[in-house]
Design a protein around this ligand. Structure first.
Ligand code: SF4
Length: 350
């Protein structure tokens, strides 16, 4: 069964200047065992989409319409208590900056052990004041949760995990902290891990190691992953399928290999042309002109039109719905779709 289905999601934020449509009519699917990429520049709505899935959109933001289903069950119909149970349990999230997510006053092992305890089957779950929980977890170094914490640190390749479990976050390097965050997120054996720019703050070597580990952990823990990044190189490294997001909308979706070999949407083409590659000189990079537009009342139909080298007058007036990219060659649609008036079946192109 499909792990996650997002249908027509619209998340908005009222502001004194007008409504920011941060996520607009977005569809997304994640199948069991898949790593699905969500890629786009800063401000494209990627993180708000993740927050919508997690149920942590900050007020006054709200999900105005659409649906989010986990294993077929709508999350939007659930009471907050049930969503809290799912958060960190069935769905976990890893953020870009582990220092903001790890508690500096608890050892790394205690924090992972606490996560294990919180998401154990009903009956063993605890809802206690933080200080008491800390004492309980801290005093259970021979307990099951502590042993599990050490196993989790070992699984993310922290050296000497038995010793390092007693370290505080500031005693870990940046790469080790990110690994610890991943260990914590996987401690509850979630069905879906959302990783939001998990390697952005790290140097390239550590980044590659962590991406490798994510791929291995996905298999070991039987977890699907939604990988959010602005970095196409990261996506090409680990993802099965990719969604390209621009100004609150998904503009292209394809198998990862096909997206890189045959990008269709002018925005995807621009992203690829502006991404450094080992086999191409840096001076061959072509940045995309302009910036992501202000998401308040965008006045043109295709949100990319002001930056698009192929834009025509129609692009400002006609909504570019998704079109299957190869439908004109084999007569059938496939999973590669692009929201551009100048792509898709020849007879439909402008
Ligand atoms: S619809 Fe027009 S402006 Fe938008 S991406 Fe396609 S060609 Fe460019």
């Amino acid at each position: 069964m499909t792990v996650l289905e997002v249908d027509g999601l619209h998340t908005r934020f009222p502001t004194p200047r007008g409504t920011v449509d941060a996520v607009n009519e977005v569809d997304l699917r994640i199948e069991p065992g898949e790593i699905v990429g969500l890629v786009g520049e800063s401000g494209s709505g990627k993180s708000v989409l993740a927050e919508s899935i997690m149920g942590i959109v900050e007020e006054p933001g709200e999900i105005a319409s659409g649906d989010i289903r986990l294993h077929g069950e709508s999350l939007l119909d659930l009471p907050e208590s049930k969503r809290r149970e799912i958060r960190g349990g069935t769905i976990s999230m890893v953020f870009q900056d582990p220092m903001n997510s790890l508690n500096p006053t608890l050892t790394v092992g205690e924090q992972i052990a606490e996560m294990v305890r919180l998401h154990q089957p009903v009956g063993e779950s605890v809802s206690l004041p933080a200080e008491l929980k800390r004492k309980l977890v801290g005093s259970s170094k021979n307990g099951q949760a502590w042993r599990r914490a050490i196993e989790m640190l070992e699984s993310v390749e922290i050296p000497e995990p038995e010793t390092r479990a007693s370290d505080y976050p500031h005693e870990f390097s940046g790469g080790m902290r990110q690994r610890a965050m991943i260990a914590m997120a996987l401690a509850a054996e979630p069905d879906l891990l959302i990783a939001d720019e998990p390697t952005t703050a790290l140097d390239v070597t550590i980044q590659a190691q962590i991406l490798d580990e994510l791929r291995e952990l996905k298999d070991a823990f039987d977890t699907s992953i939604l990988l959010i990044t602005h970095d196409l190189a990261v996506v090409s490294e680990v993802c099965d399928r990719v969604n390209v997001m621009y100004a609150g909308e998904i503009v292209e979706r394809a198998d990862a290999t096909e997206l890189f070999s045959d990008p269709q949407h002018p925005y995807t083409q621009g992203l690829i042309a502006s991404t450094p590659r080992l086999d191409a000189p840096m001076d061959s990079l072509e940045p995309i002109d302009g910036n992501v537009p202000d998401l308040i009342d965008i006045p043109f139909a295709c949100h990319f039109a002001p930056r698009c080298p192929e834009a025509t007058r129609e692009c400002y007036e006609i909504d570019p719905n998704f079109r299957p990219v190869d439908a004109d060659t084999d007569g059938e649609s496939n999973d590669h779709v692009a929201a551009c008036l100048r792509r898709g079946p020849t007879e439909e192109r402008l």
